[in-house]
Design a protein around this ligand. Structure first.
Ligand code: ADP
Ligand code: MG
Length: 262
């Protein structure tokens, strides 16, 4: 027998979280959660507002102190070398409000400098379909364009993993679908993606696996398919006859897939 670990389908853990707890004062926002993220997957953290998604993400991103538990990213222990973790990940930077006089090209140069990378801004703008906005200021971009630009900033240090916290909140259906394609492209290029959302349709289309969080706990973790199959196997039936399309399909069919941004 050949070593099983060499087979391509063998999943490699790139993020391992064990018994992670976060308290804000007496309030426990994250309660002893454990999960793994596999290399190359799109992993979704789902849950209602206040579930603890952003807190969990920010702890892994080294931006927030944990109370207890262990986090290992790409083999690196968060407690030992947070800076080594920072080098390997892409975090959405808050671009709004800063440097209002710089255009997108100049902002990317600036961020490249922060990461000590000599980057070609046009290459990054091309990746996120913003070449025609190279000389525009961030503030004039549409919601979808702003999100795409901030995703471009996550890619500057050629990260192994990027973190996207509700990247599609507030976007119209076209911009949302356009962003899904971008996220899929990023994954295809070999980057692992962790994304939070409270849109279930989005998670179903985009995520290989999802963890559902509620009140600081992970209450389910599997592929969307498996979670749905298990629910159906338990005897669940939709109250209404299942239609072959939904209202969003109608909307997209009638208004077209192209995103419009003025
Ligand atoms: P989500 O991203 O799932 O909406 P968060 O991680 O932002 O959830 O928040 C989880 C809980 O922790 C919420 O009840 C929120 O009010 C609380 N919380 C978040 N940040 C802080 C903070 N800095 N201080 C106190 N409570 C916080
Ligand atoms: Mg949040």
């Amino acid at each position: 027998m050949h070593a099983v670990t060499c087979l391509p389908w063998k999943k490699q853990v790139i993020i391992s979280v064990r018994d992670l707890t976060k308290k804000y004062g007496e309030f426990e926002a994250v309660k002893q959660i454990s999960f793994d993220v596999f290399r190359g997957e799109i992993f979704g953290l789902l849950g209602p507002n206040g579930a603890g998604k952003s807190t969990t993400l920010e702890i892994i991103e080294t931006l927030r102190e944990k109370t207890s538990g262990t986090v290992v990213v790409d083999g690196i222990d968060l407690d030992r070398s947070p800076n080594e973790i920072k080098k390997r990940i892409g975090v959405q930077l808050q671009t709004s409000g800063y440097y209002p006089n710089l255009n997108l090209t100049e902002l990317l140069m600036l961020f490249g400098g922060l990461y000590n990378r000599d980057i070609k801004p046009m290459e990054f703008l091309g990746k996120v379909n913003l070449l025609d906005k190279a000389k525009s200021k961030y503030k004039v971009l549409s919601g979808g364009q702003k999100q795409r630009f901030s995703i471009a900033t996550t890619l500057i240090n050629q990260p192994k993993i990027i973190f996207l916290d509700e990247p599609t909140t507030g976007l119209d259906p076209q911009a949302r679908r356009n962003l899904w394609e971008l996220v899929q492209d990023i994954r295809t290029s070999g980057t692992t993606v962790i994304i939070t959302t409270h849109y279930m349709d989005e998670a179903e289309v985009l995520c290989d696996r999802v963890a559902i969080m509620d009140s600081g706990k992970i209450i389910a973790l599997d592929s969307p398919d498996q979670l749905i199959d298990r629910l159906v196997a338990s005897g669940f039936e939709r109250p209404k006859e299942v239609k072959k399309a939904n209202l969003e399909d109608v909307f997209i069919q009638m208004t077209g897939k192209e995103w419009r941004e003025d």
